[in-house]
Design a binder for this molecule. Sequence first.
Ligand code: AMP
Length: 276
Amino acid sequence: MLVVSTIADLRRALARAPRPVGLVPTMGYLHEGHASLVRRARRECAFVTASIFVNPTQFGPAEDLAKYPRDLPRDLAMLEREGTDLVFTPSPEDIYPKGFDTWVDVGAMTKRLEGEVRPGHFRGVTTVVLKLFNEFRAERAYFGQKDAQQVLVVKRMAADLDTGTEVVVCPTVREPDGLAMSSRNTYLKPEERKAATVLYRSLCHAQELCSGGERNAETLRRAVRDVLATEPRARVQYVSIADQATLEELDRVDQPALVSMAVLVGATRLIDNILL
Ligand code: AMP
């Protein structure tokens, strides 16, 4: 496995790579969710690449950039175990050199949900993802359904800007008790870790009600909030039942819907979602 940090070294390594190339963009502190993307890429691509970059431009000023967990040696060991061919570990200066001033701004969809609570977040995401797409020229890039809105925004950007990289979406990997795996779970104190299972329980409740025939989106939202309210450590930022493609809030669930939420458990912000 080759590890490169500069764009010049990356280009040299990619020039010799067999095709198709698969790319797994990450912010590191890898877990089974990330590993599942690498495994999928390994099955589908001749050359599997990953990037590890804690992208400063997608963090708000009051967010956890400085304390975002990092463990490069462990990440590299995991990527090697999963059969990765090349890892790109740039510094912020490689990605955003002095004078950098061009941004990718996807429209309406980025103003909702995560974009409403985290203004500027998706501008940072799409800017760095487009740069990675341009550098890697991968046939496929692998993203997790865990970040449902990110997937939609990146797909929109890839289609609108003719990136030529197919965006492949992989299912959310969960802990045995249902908590969606996330690098941020490491922030949770033991009691908060137990409390965090309420997110998935509330999503499953919505799923059950919907399977039982409930179509009123407001009734479903309220039911999800009621489950979340049983956990005193959880503070809801939003609960959304929206159209799966446009993210517009629904009155009735008569079409494919995304149930998504952001919840603070203690000081840790968790997101999760399911498709109905
Ligand atoms: P991150 O390092 O958090 O930026 O995540 C990198 C990629 O891994 C993104 O496409 C995420 O959606 C994906 N990912 C993160 N957690 C999970 C998970 N639990 N299951 C599946 N994919 C995940």
